[in-house]
Ligand binder design. Structure first.
Ligand code: MLT
Length: 407
């Protein structure tokens, strides 16, 4: 009889956003007239920029003709996109990243979930709490998280609390961490680290031979000067960090799927026999074995967002969502809520009223106001007593939701 990977029996039966979708679908089935405003999962509402769509149409046309048709592409991504990424996201900002350190993928969710393949299951993993659930669930699937408690606290993970008391800045762990997941601007809290605060982690990683897995999916939403867009802005980071980027929120690619991961060649970790091994080589081997590359058409769309028109159109999208986030933040504050984040990120992290639990307040908003948020407890124990509002909806719905809450 075949046997399953038993780690799957230990994780929650449904992924957080699937559970929310299920509850919303139930509510809709029971209240077909309800006009539900979705501020839960960070899914964008504005269409793709014209530059990206035009590039996809042109690329699709190429696929129609034998002379221009392309079959399998390089698993790491086409040079045209890798070079555009290097020039625009790194070199233009004085960062020394090379095209062969960029791995184009179908998004940061897959990459942050898959990266565990190249690391030993004996690594000690640190995650912030609250945290994007993909990091925890995939480490649990891989057998690196230990056993869960009834509250889903894993015995072998190091949790780094981020809450109002520490201003959402994680403190260094007492116990040595080998792999450290950091996501800044943060999902779910929408808060950030300054360069000096991130440097503390880079220094820690250098001193302890740790690897930082830095999720920068929300960097395009940064508005403040002193907040790093890339971990490589911090001295010494090339040797200790992998960075994940996404076009999902930046350019509306949540359904189109494209992102990339940066694995510098100077980054190494130890084999069982104590030999230093380049992680770039391992990730390349992993990707070329398990992944056949992002589709050509989609990579052309991603390339187009680096064109002058593409850049302008992407800026318009980001500005739109940042105006939404301002509206959410200010309306909730005016209504008496304590809010966090939402200045350099499209998420506002909100203390629930009257000490309600996250799920109770989620249910209240859904049933009484027809508004979907994300319960903070779904992101970890330090998320209890908070909910997250996403600013990726339409302006009209954002205003309507804030009005409903104020009433
Ligand atoms: C979120 O809402 O946290 C994100 O949309 C999830 C994701 O990017 O996978």
């Amino acid at each position: 009889m075949a046997q399953i990977n038993d780690n799957f029996t230990k994780i929650p039966a449904t992924y957080l956003f699937s559970e929310i979708a299920k509850r919303v679908a139930q509510h809709k089935a029971q209240n077909p007239q309800a006009v539900i405003i979705r501020m839960g999962i960070g899914d964008v509402s504005l269409p793709l920029p014209d530059a990206a769509v035009d590039a996809m149409i042109a690329a699709a046309e190429e696929q129609r003709h034998a002379e221009t048709f392309r079959g399998y592409g390089p698993e790491q991504g086409y040079d045209f996109l890798r070079n555009a990424i290097v020039e625009n996201d790194f070199r233009a900002k004085g960062l020394n990243i090379h095209a062969d350190e960029i791995f184009v993928s179908d998004g940061a969710k897959s990459d942050t979930g898959n990266i565990g393949d190249i690391f030993s299951i004996h690594n000690k993993v640190a995650v912030t709490d609250p945290v994007y659930p993909v990091y925890v669930d995939t480490n649990a699937m891989g057998g690196r998280a230990g056993e869960p408690s009834a509250q889903n606290v894993w015995s072998n993970l190091i949790y780094l609390p981020c809450n109002a008391e520490n201003n959402f800045v994680p403190a260094l762990p007492a116990e040595k961490a080998d792999l450290i997941y950091l996501c800044f601007p943060n999902n779910p809290t929408g808060t950030t680290l300054t360069k000096a605060q991130l440097k503390v982690w880079v220094d820690y990683a250098r001193e302890n031979n740790s690897v930082i897995l830095f999720d920068a999916a929300y960097e395009a939403f940064i508005t403040e000067e002193n907040v790093p867009h890339s971990i490589y802005e911090i001295e010494g980071a090339y040797d200790v960090a992998i960075e994940f980027r996404s076009f999902s929120k930046t350019a509306g690619f949540t359904g189109t799927r494209c992102g990339y991961t940066v694995v510098p060649k100077s980054l190494t970790a130890l084999s069982e026999s104590g030999e230093k091994v380049q992680l770039n080589k391992l990730w390349n081997r992993r990707q070329s074995t398990k992944f056949n590359g992002t589709s050509y058409v989609v990579q052309r769309a991603a390339e187009a967002i680096y064109s002058p028109e593409g850049k302008k159109q992407v800026r318009t999208l980001i500005d739109y969502y940042m105006e939404n986030v301002r509206l959410i933040r200010e309306s909730l504050q005016k209504a008496g809520f304590s809010t966090f984040g939402g200045v350099n990120a499209p998420y506002v992290w909100v203390k629930t009223p009257a000490g309600m639990s996250s799920w109770d307040y989620f249910d209240f908003l859904l049933k009484e106001k027809n508004i979907v948020c994300t319960p903070g407890a779904g992101f970890g124990t330090n998320g209890e007593g908070y909910v997250r509002f996403s600013a990726f909806g339409s302006r009209e719905n954002t205003i309507a939701a804030m009005k409903r809450i104020a009433e």
